[in-house]
Design a protein around this ligand. Structure first.
Ligand SMILES: C[S@@+](CC[C@H](N)C(=O)[O-])C[C@H]1O[C@@H](n2cnc3c(N)ncnc32)[C@H](O)[C@@H]1O
Length: 252
């Protein structure tokens, strides 16, 4: 039987890696790495570095493949993501078939945690459902960008007894209830601007956990322009940006 280990590696700081993830790295025969283009090379550099420094207990090899390109969203965001996942399913299925021998263990290093805004688990389930490849898979949790952001700002995510909603920028609602906390990820358009004028507080972070980490916090109405400016500059400088933010009504 083949095994696939889906290993959460944290959101940018190599020290995010858990002891469970370290043990998993040392079970892997073949690491599968997906290249998302030059702008994201830094993310794979971290993956290579983790393998080289920490997977020291047995020989392994790395197979690198280009991530399928994502088409335009067109009428449907979900449709575009589904098409991308279908393409990635074919790629991962082929890699498991061709590169992993029976009895061997493949490792997929997932940014943050595999359960949060990541398609790897859905794709593996779809491959198994298709029935052409047989393998077992295990999931090793990782520290999400959400946890890394809260820790960097030293702020609790929830208010006492309150709820925490995590959504992509597109789905940020126009108002926030008292006691609610809202975390926003995958936001290319600074959706927080829609919530100006409501007395909200924001904790924003880019490249959190990495050497390039940028943090800004304060009343949204006062820091929104600064975040926009800093974000634009950072995106130009790096060629890409990953940012996450927490919104609350209650001021600390
Ligand atoms: C495809 S999702 C992956 C989330 C990941 N699985 C996790 O558990 O954090 C990518 C989004 O995560 C957030 N993100 C990931 N790493 C980050 C970091 N180091 N700093 C800030 N945001 C980050 C950004 O909102 C980015 O758009």
């Amino acid at each position: 039987m083949k095994t696939v280990l889906v290993i959460g590696i944290g959101a940018g700081n190599p020290d995010h890696l858990t002891l469970q993830a370290l043990k998993a790295l040392n079970r892997v025969d073949v690491f599968l790495l997906f290249d998302k283009g030059p702008a994201k090379h830094g993310l794979n550099d971290l993956r290579r570095d983790l393998c080289t420094r920490l997977a020291t207990e047995r020989p392994w090899r790395m197979v690198e493949a280009d991530n399928p390109p994502r088409g335009p969203d067109g009428d449907s965001y979900a449709g575009a993501v589904q098409q991308l996942n279908d393409d990635k399913q074919r790629l991962i299925e082929r890699l498991i078939a061709d590169e992993v021998a029976d009895g061997q263990c493949a490792g997929i290093l997932v940014w943050g945690d595999p359960a949060l805004y990541d398609s790897t688990l859905r794709i593996l389930q779809a491959i198994l459902a298709a029935g052409r490849e047989v393998f077992e898979y295990q999931v090793i949790p990782g520290i999400t960008a959400v946890q890394a952001l809260a820790a960097a700002h030293r702020v609790p995510l929830n208010e006492i007894g309150g709820s925490v909603r995590i959504s992509p920028g597109r789905q940020l609602s126009d108002a926030l209830g008292a006691g609610d906390s809202q975390v926003v990820m995958l936001d290319a358009h600074q959706a927080f601007n829609r919530l100006r004028g409501q007395g909200l507080y924001i904790w924003w972070g880019a490249y959190v956990g990495s050497a390039d980490e940028i943090l800004i916090a304060g009343p949204l109405d006062q820091v929104a322009d600064q975040i926009e400016h800093v974000r634009d500059q950072a995106r130009l400088r790096h060629g890409w940006i990953m940012d996450t933010y927490l919104l609350k009504r209650t001021l600390p």
